[in-house]
Design a protein around this ligand. Sequence first.
Ligand SMILES: Nc1ncnc2c1ncn2[C@@H]1O[C@H](COP(=O)(O)OP(=O)(O)OP(=O)(O)O)[C@@H](O)[C@H]1O
Ligand SMILES: [Mg+2]
Length: 374
Amino acid sequence: MTQDAKAPSNRPGPSVPSGGPGIGNGTAEVVLEAIGLTKHFPVRRGLRQLFSKERTAVHAVDDVHITLRRGRVVALVGESGSGKSTVARLLAQLYPRTAGDIQLHGKTITVKGGSAFRAYAARVQMIFQDPFASLNPVHTIRYHLTRALKIHHNAGKTDEDLENALRELLTRVSLTPPERYLDKFPHELSGGQRQRVAIARALGADPEALLADEPVSMLDVSIRLGVLNLLRDLKERLNLAILYITHDIASARYFADDTLVMYAGRMVEGGDSETVTQTPAHPYTRLLIDSAPDPDRLAADADPLEEDRGNGEPPSLIRPPSGCRFHPRCPMAMPRCETDLPIRLEIGDKPGHWAACWLYDEATVAAQQPGVAA
Ligand SMILES: Nc1ncnc2c1ncn2[C@@H]1O[C@H](COP(=O)(O)OP(=O)(O)OP(=O)(O)O)[C@@H](O)[C@H]1O
Ligand SMILES: [Mg+2]
């Protein structure tokens, strides 16, 4: 992976022709892939533990698989503490991983800092939740964007090239006319405008993948849609691969092509967003959907899960529950769920829809055939 492979600096228009092979379906070119991604944070040990051999760690992420493709958005959904940000930070190579593989265009990449990190960041950029915290209050928008363009060798050769590149970036995020914003400080902009600047800064690297960690959750509800529409427009025009992290499964349905659901550090369900949100298979996904206000679902039929939903707390990730991590909260839990780690099982409705849940195991389904209620 080198800088040479990148488009020339000051490049107007899309860096890759849009509508490449397979866009709009699951066969578009893979940009970034995580295989068996695992992160355990060691816990600082107290005096008593110093004398025991037991090693304690927060099992933040275990055996996660994610594939980001050109021109597609993948949503990663889960409640607070489920490990979503840790996945994004691992993919951005901000943390070393405990196990697993991260592949950029099929090649394993492990970056520890310095120029290798810069070269990686030129292709994989992160957008954070809080645009105010991610912009330095003592510097202008011009400073932030110029720095990004220069670090990634996209500032051109002359002052005029730089000025054009700055205008181009602000125009791409619909902050127009650019001269109105260039010399402002972050506090002079609204939250939505600041997030647009943060996105423009990420685009200054001319990346192939954007990792957006709750990019709209700190914005007013009224401007969230505008920022999501901007990201969707960028995905289409620049053929970007986007990871969209959110608590809000309803926004995943609106914005993402595919949705992955995470619970307590593990993936529990995945598939195209329409299928996962309309016909959720995993009891945890159903719980998430039922906790999200959605007028379409207000008249949903009574369901045996209904009474139990919303109960319980997320588990400790220092000693995560054995078997399925959701079993202590799951109203459908069977004895097997307490002991056996569920494997990914295909759900019959749509290709690519899967759930890690024993309810869909052939043996369980067969046992329930005679009409015995669980
Ligand atoms: N640097 C760290 N050291 C130790 N534990 C950590 C660290 N970062 C995250 N964790 C723990 O890992 C788990 C997952 O955290 P993470 O921030 O990835 O969750 P999240 O899904 O992004 O949550 P939220 O929706 O609140 O942002 C949590 O239990 C958290 O306390
Ligand atoms: Mg987070």
